[in-house]
Structures are given as structure tokens and as C-alpha cells.
Write a protein that binds this ligand. Structure first.
Ligand code: FAD
Length: 398
């Protein structure tokens, strides 16, 4: 019977979530044959390799949510994992800084939330901010001690290696057939057929499309939001990680200053609509994918509800001067010439038909299939617990 399958578990997507799932399954059930199919020539070419590289503490997320639980646990596990395998990382702590009086109640609410999530936070007055960051200005701030930075691409590579899974790069899944009681068979772009007992969909920016290929209705659409970054030509202006107070209407954290593991300082990401799922610049347009966004009623509802915020983000995307002005609220010493454009990322944000931006991680099951339909930030931080949870559901299905 077993020979009828090429593997037990077929994972689509070689980002950090798919690889962590493969790793968790082979740890929990040694001998399980896992195959990962990844369309790119290597791991972590999309969200996992194009992010801020921050190990999030979990301070922002609703107590009890998957994000809160998995981020807090995942951050500690990620630090341990990096230490164990010699992956570059550091626990740096970070500042969240209010620059306007209207942000003070929200900053205070974050202190409460941090405490509810069991995260140590220290409240700072304006003059104490400069003890941590001499060039940063604000009215008040909080210091979160457990935030860190790491190289998520190296983590993904280690998960791939440590899982013992067969990983087929350059393998795009184009069709899925589910056979009652006989598992799944996928067709790849090169015409190969791979059969497995259970399919795991960790396709990130394409996860809703892959769910539909299996015949399951994901009930969400992935709406791609690009996050653009600049590199700071004078990295001495920033010592560590500095974040604004986020707008609770959005699951994005706002443009932040991040000294990465390579010592460089990145400024970003903003959030603008991408014109393709992997649309890393305004010039990349894929009409079919854009059509999928525009025909989803939720996209129009977001546009109607948040047009003012969106217009500001677009202006800061198209005008470096406007972007610099926004950054100067936190870092007054920065000028336009200090900002050098660098690689952007695109977030896979699941949106409901009614325009709700899905806030929590979303994992759904179908027959012989587990779909990860919303794994935005902090899913890289939380990837080890997410992988275990997906793995648990897969092993139950087996
Ligand atoms: C700008 C930005 C900043 C972020 N900052 C942080 C941060 O600081 N800290 C943090 O914890 N998180 C952060 N995140 C979130 C984090 O990067 C993601 O949550 C995480 O990488 C998601 O991993 P994934 O494996 O689900 O997706 P991905 O890394 O996108 O992997 C999905 C994979 O599926 C493959 N695939 C898709 N379709 C197919 C197919 N048909 N066949 C085969 N393969 C397919 C893709 O090629 C891709 O490699 C950030 C994200 C962005 C975009």
C-alpha cells in the first residue's frame, strides 16, 4: 500500500513555514517520508528571505491568539535554535516610540498587552529614550527586552537540512488531484506526478490558489502588500531596533529602523498594494493575479475603509522626500541622501470577503490536506511552533 505513494507527506512551499513543518513531522514521527516541493531554485526566496529579520517578542498580539502564544514561545525557541546551530542572531531588545500625543494611550495599551502576554517591558520618558538611542526623538517609549534579530534564511536552510526531507527545488505545483481514500497526486510544471498520503499547503503568497487547486474553498483571498525598504547610508545614527506605535486598524507595524544581523540599518517596510503576488516593484504587474485581487469584494472594502491611510502610503512609496519626512519624526537627523533603496518584500495577507484583514494565523484542514492560509509577521519568529501545530494535524490525518 505504502509503495503506491512517493511519500507520506507532500509539503508545497519551501519557505520557513513549510520547512519547519517538514522538520516537526520527521522529529515527531521518525521514518515518515516527507517531500517538499518548492518552485524556486532554493529555499526562502520570498517572504522568508525578504523581511526585517526581527525575532518578535509577541507584545503586539491579542492575548490567547495563536500569534501571541506562538510568538512568545517561538521567539525563545528561535534564539535557542540559532544558538544550537551557530546561526547568526542576537537578543537586542527594542524601543517602541510615541512621537505624537495621540499615540500615548496606544503606547500605554501596549504596555498592558505586553504584561498580559508575559513580556517584560520598561516604560521610558522622553529623556530616557536617548540613553538607548541618542539620535531618536519621542515623547515616551517602551523598551522590550526579549526582541532580537537573526538570519531567517539560514534558519530555513538548517530546517531543510535537519528535516531529512526530500526537497525538490525548481518544482512548481500546477494541479492537484485528490483521490478518495487514496491521498493526493500533484502535477508539476515539468509534467511529473508526485503522490502523497497528505498534502500540506505552505505556499505563502499563493496559498489560497493552492487550496483551490485541491478543491477546497479557502474563503479568503491573499492580497499582496509590498513593503519597501531603504538602507541607511549612515548606520551610526541607529544602535538597535526602533519602532513607531502601530495603528491598531492594520496588522502592519509601521516603518521601523532595524539594525540587522549584518550590521546594516534598514528602514521600512511601508505597505502598498502589490500588482503581482511577487511584485517587488511597481513595474511588476501580473494581470491574472491583479484580477484575482480586484474581483475579491474584500479588496474594495479595504480600499473604501482605508483610502486615506493608503493614499499616504502610496505617496511615501512614490516620493522619497515624503518617506524621509515620515522617518524624520523618529530620527530627525536623517536626510533624503542618507536613504538608499534596497530589496522589498511582499506580505501574504489573507482578506475575508467582507474586507476584514485576517489578524491571526489561519490553518484549515480539508480531506487529506492541511492549508496554512494566513502566516504573516510574526510567522518567521513563530515558525517552530507553527510547524509543530501543522505537523500535529498532519500526523493525525495520517
Ligand atoms: C516585508 C516583510 C517584513 C517582515 N518582517 C518580519 C519580521 O521581522 N519577523 C517575522 O517574524 N516575520 C516577518 N515577516 C513575516 C515572515 O517573513 C513570514 O511570515 C514568513 O516568512 C512566512 O513564511 P512562509 O513559509 O509561509 O512563506 P514564504 O517564505 O513566502 O514561502 C512560501 C513558498 O511557497 C513557494 N510556492 C508558492 N506556490 C508554489 C507552488 N505552486 N509550487 C511550489 N512552491 C510554491 C514559494 O516559492 C515560496 O518559497 C515579514 C514579512 C514581510 C513581507
Amino acid at each position: 500500500m505504502r509503495a503506491a505513494y512517493d511519500c507520506d507527506v507532500l509539503v508545497i512551499g519551501g519557505g520557513i513555514v513549510g520547512l519547519s513543518t517538514a522538520y516537526a513531522i520527521t522529529r515527531a514521527a521518525p521514518g515518515t517520508r516527507v517531500t517538499v516541493l518548492e518552485k524556486e531554485p532554493g529555499p526562502a526566496r520570498h517572504q522568508t528571505g525578504r523581511n526585517s529579520g526581527v525575532i518578535h517578542s509577541g507584545i503586539y498580539y491579542r492575548p490567547g491568539s495563536l500569534k501571541a502564544r506562538y510568538a512568545v514561545r517561538g521567539a525563545a525557541e528561535m534564539v535557542k535554535f540559532c544558538a544550537e546551530y551557530g546561526i547568526p542572531h542576537a537578543v537586542t531588545g527594542k524601543l517602541i516610540v510615541a512621537t505624537d500625543r495621540s499615540e500615548l494611550p496606544r503606547l500605554h495599551a501596549l504596555v498592558q498587552r505586553g504584561r498580559e502576554n508575559g513580556i517584560p517591558v520598561r516604560e521610558l520618558g522622553a529623556s530616557q529614550i536617548t540613553e538607548y538611542e541618542p539620535e531618536v526623538r519621542g515623547l515616551a517609549a517602551i523598551h522590550v527586552g526579549t526582541t532580537g534579530i537573526c538570519d531567517f534564511v539560514a534558519v530555513a536552510r538548517q530546517l531543510a537540512h535537519g528535516s531529512g526531507a526530500e526537497i525538490r527545488y525548481g518544482t512548481r505545483v500546477v494541479r492537484v488531484a485528490r483521490r478518495p481514500d487514496r491521498g493526493v497526486a500533484v502535477l508539476t510544471a515539468s509534467g511529473d506526478i508526485v503522490r502523497g498520503r497528505v498534502l500540506v499547503n505552505c505556499a505563502g503568497l499563493h496559498s489560497d490558489e493552492v487550496a483551490r487547486l485541491t478543491g477546497d474553498d479557502p474563503e479568503v483571498r491573499i492580497v499582496p502588500f509590498r513593503g519597501e525598504y531603504y538602507e541607511l547610508a549612515r548606520p551610526d545614527l541607529v544602535r538597535g531596533l526602533v519602532y513607531p506605535v502601530p495603528d491598531p486598524a492594520f496588522p502592519f507595524l509601521g516603518v521601523h529602523l532595524t539594525r540587522g544581523i549584518d550590521g546594516g540599518v534598514h528602514i521600512g517596510p511601508n505597505a502598498v498594494p502589490a500588482l503581482a503576488r511577487e511584485g517587488y516593484g511597481w513595474g511588476t504587474v501580473r494581470l491574472r493575479e491583479l484580477g484575482a485581487t480586484l474581483t475579491w469584494p474584500g479588496s474594495w472594502r479595504i480600499a473604501r475603509r482605508h483610502w486615506r491611510y493608503g493614499a499616504g502610503e502610496m505617496r511615501r512609496s512614490l516620493s522619497k522626500r515624503a518617506f524621509t519626512e515620515a522617518v524624520r519624526r523618529l530620527l530627525p537627523g536623517v536626510s533624503e541622501s542618507d536613504l538608499v533603496p534596497t530589496a522589498a518584500g511582499v506580505r501574504a495577507q489573507a482578506v475575508l470577503r467582507d474586507g476584514t484583514l485576517v489578524d491571526d494565523f489561519l490553518i484549515r484542514e480539508g480531506a487529506c490536506a492541511v492549508h496554512v492560509l494566513n502566516a504573516p509577521s510574526p510567522a518567521a519568529t513563530a515558525s517552530l511552533p507553527i510547524g509543530r501545530e501543522v505537523g500535529r494535524r498532519v500526523l493525525a490525518a495520517l
